[in-house]
Design a protein around this ligand. Structure first.
Ligand code: FES
Ligand SMILES: [Fe+2]
Length: 437
């Protein structure tokens, strides 16, 4: 059982909290590159409970500053992004992307600015995603070495979605593989999935068994159930510290896909999904075409400048996710359209931070139990002993991480099967791949 105090440790992410301090040792995805234009509008971003202003200066350099001006604490959101820095509109103090104060317009002493510094975090970007490093190290680690960070930028698709619940509920929704055949495909028959035989094994057997192993980056797991003859159908996935998942939503050969569930604060999450174009093969799309509820549609509301105003979906808790009871009675298990919207509905329905001490966990929740323990141990080791989890200083450890499904003879070892499948898969940088075993 997870106690109230463990739940607090797991879910609170603000400055000074054990989990928040652990997460600050990693690069955190926080915005899309296209949201920040050179000399364009500053953007409010909320990350790990901190209100920050992101902007791109005239030369294209990214700046991520505490929203409060160091003079008298006015918000830099209202600032003018001009000629190499952001200028607070209250008294005209101007800051570059590193937080250096360039000018103090209302002070006669020309050198006064040299004594002032705005709180600034390191920023980086890769493949259309902006990352922030909120830790104290002079030299932050390299960006995580996932395949999605190694493929050419033009090959990668990135999507952001806002979720109104604690980050761990969203992560656990990904690790909870047994819900897929029920919530997402519970009203689908094997015949309907004739064009997608692997998914049809999942529909035929809703109670898989599991393998799980700790790795240098977190955990690899696999759910297995019978396929045809002597073969088993395997769904491999990963949890990578501190908030990354690699779900098995496509065949291993194409599933270059990574997801992050970034805590904006304790009760709001930025879901970042990156995948290589072609991750969803055409045969898969066609097989699911016309299956009620199985679509990947994302109708967004217009973004606003609010802290919680970006990447909100039109279907949300305020309209019961556009639940259609007639569709639920006759066509789909939930009556909610869209696999990820179904996930969002149940995760948000658990409450902003769910009360884990009231759960009744089952054998199907083994990944959830293990990952909670891993997170608690990693957060405590950092906070109490100053010992960092291996992954925080070895971003190359994420190199061979890919989720996916496959069919293999029942006598084959699950980790050997995985290693072989990864070695044979296209698009990866083999030189950087490390086996999780
Ligand atoms: S509060 Fe920003 S310049 Fe005075
Ligand atoms: Fe799901």
């Amino acid at each position: 059982m997870t106690t109230i105090s463990e739940n607090e440790t797991l879910t609170r992410v603000g400055p000074g909290t054990p989990m928040g301090e652990l997460m600050r040792q990693y690069w955190v995805p926080c915005a899309g590159s296209s949201e920040l234009k050179a000399d364009g509008d500053p953007v409010r971003i909320m990350i790990l409970g901190e209100k920050l202003i992101a902007f791109r200066d005239s030369s294209g350099k990214l700046g991520i500053l505490d929203q409060r001006c160091p003079h008298r604490r006015a918000s830099l959101f209202y600032g003018r992004n001009e000629h190499g820095g952001i200028r607070c509109v209250y008294h005209g103090w101007k800051f570059d992307t590193d937080g250096n104060c360039l000018e103090t317009q209302n002070v006669p002493n020309a050198d006064y600015n040299k004594r002032i510094k705005a709180k600034a975090y390191r920023a980086a970007e890769r493949n259309g995603v902006v990352y922030v490093y909120m830790g104290a190290k002079e030299e932050p680690p390299a960006l995580p070495g996932f395949e999605c960070n190694q493929v050419p930028e033009e090959d990668l698709f990135v999507r952001f979605t806002f979720r109104e619940c604690n980050w761990l509920q969203a992560v656990e929704g990904e690790l909870d593989t047994s819900h897929v055949g029920i919530m997402h495909f519970g009203a689908v028959t094997r015949e309907q999935l004739a064009g997608d035989p692997m998914q049809s094994y999942m529909v035929a057997n809703k109670a898989p068994e599991y393998e799980i192993k700790e790795t240098p980056y977190g955990y690899i797991y696999a759910a297995y159930r019978p396929a045809d003859g002597e073969e088993l159908y395997w769904r491999y996935g990963h949890f990578s510290l501190p908030f990354w998942t690699s779900p098995p939503i496509n065949q291993m050969e194409t599933n270059v896909l990574q997801r992050a569930f970034v805590p904006m604060d304790d009760t709001h999450t930025l879901f970042v999904s990156m995948f290589k174009k072609g991750a969803y093969p055409e045969s898969r799309v066609q097989a699911q075409d016309g299956i009620a509820g199985a679509s990947q549609n994302f109708p967004y509301l217009p973004n606003s400048t609010d802290w919680y105003g970006r990447w909100r979906l039109r279907a949300n808790a305020s309209n019961d996710y556009e639940l259609d009871r007639e569709v639920q009675r006759t066509k789909s298990f939930t009556g909610i359209e869209g696999v990820q919207l179904q996930d969002q509905a149940v995760q948000e329905s658990m409450g902003a931070i769910t009360d884990r001490e009231s759960e009744n966990l089952a054998p199907s929740d083994i990944m959830i139990v293990r990952v909670r323990r891993l997170l608690l141990d990693a957060a405590r080791a950092w906070k109490e002993e100053g010992k960092l989890h291996f992954s925080a200083e070895h971003p190359e450890a994420y190199g061979g991480v890919r989720g996916g499904h496959l069919v293999a003879h029942r006598d084959r070892d699950w980790l050997e099967t995985y290693a072989k499948a990864i070695a044979a898969a296209p698009w990866q940088d083999l030189g950087k791949v490390k086996s999780p075993a």
